[in-house]
Design a protein around this ligand. Sequence first.
Ligand code: NAP
Length: 315
Amino acid sequence: MEKIYDVIIIGAGPSGLTAGLYAARDRMSTLVLEKEKPGGQIATTDEVANYPGSIENATGPDLVARMVEQCKEFGAEIEKDTIQEVNLEDKIKVLTGDKGTYKAKSVIVATGATPRKLGAPGEVELTGKGVSYCATCDADFFSDFEVFCIGGGDSAVEEAIHLSKFARKVTIVHRREELKAAKSIQEKAFKNEKIDFIWNTQVKEIKGDGMVESIVFENLNTGEVTEHEADEEDGTFGIFIFVGYIPETDLFKGKMELSKAGYIITNDNMHTDIPGVFAAGDVREKTLRQVATAVGDGAVAAIQAEKYIEHAFEE
Ligand code: NAP
């Protein structure tokens, strides 16, 4: 007979891995499904400086590796598969992936969010050819080159600081005249001699034949359009885009209550509007998306799933 798990967790970022740890420790049969590598966004974050205990240059990948190990140690299974279809209404939930069908008494959605695109012409074509959404992954390619960082939030400014360790010059391009990032992060960037700023400006186009060769800016106050071309000797430069995230909730549209921006709405105990289905981490509608809040969500969701099963599957 096909196995029916107590809980299946979709997504192996910090919230999913914490849910896995708590569920497995409570002796629930637990499966964590992840379509890529475990870790979610912190797998591509150089420094997780604001997660308690994460000090002395601890990197995102280090933290993820420890979370995965701990989760498995308690008996959670972690599998790679992409879920394409969910049937969550019945008492036994059915998830259909590329590799198989999975059944569970409860489901925790911890699918997170993915980087938002600018939507500028050339962006998609030149992704991986100078355009990047991950400084940790690609900073090295731009050692001694020039790079632009698009955005004004925590990600753009933190990653600009990281990129300044590699690039010879980093320019933050923001569509407003002040940053949105936390003041402490802003202060670091303003003090960094390698970091420059272009304000009130958006990216109109990214150009290049096989690799980034120029970027076209538009000043939103004056309408002036300017084009920055690669240094002749370099031939190219980097464009790192950090303009926010989009929740991974396509699977749940029309099946679960979502916010206007597409995040899953839960109560304080991570319950969605479907009995036995919980959500945790960045995919939830909430005010602060951090590793610290994601792990809290994951722990609550696992304990609530256990309580739900005890009640709903009472003999
Ligand atoms: P964010 O806070 O949503 O900021 C996105 C930035 O991109 C904003 O400055 C926004 O400008 C700009 N933007 C959005 N769409 C744009 C477009 N089409 N063209 C140009 N600019 C655009 O996103 P985030 O920085 O990725 O942060 C996401 C969450 O993760 C936040 O809660 C953040 O605090 C958290 N985070 C925390 C840390 C940390 O504490 N260490 C590090 C990274 C991320 P407007 O202001 O004009 O909308």
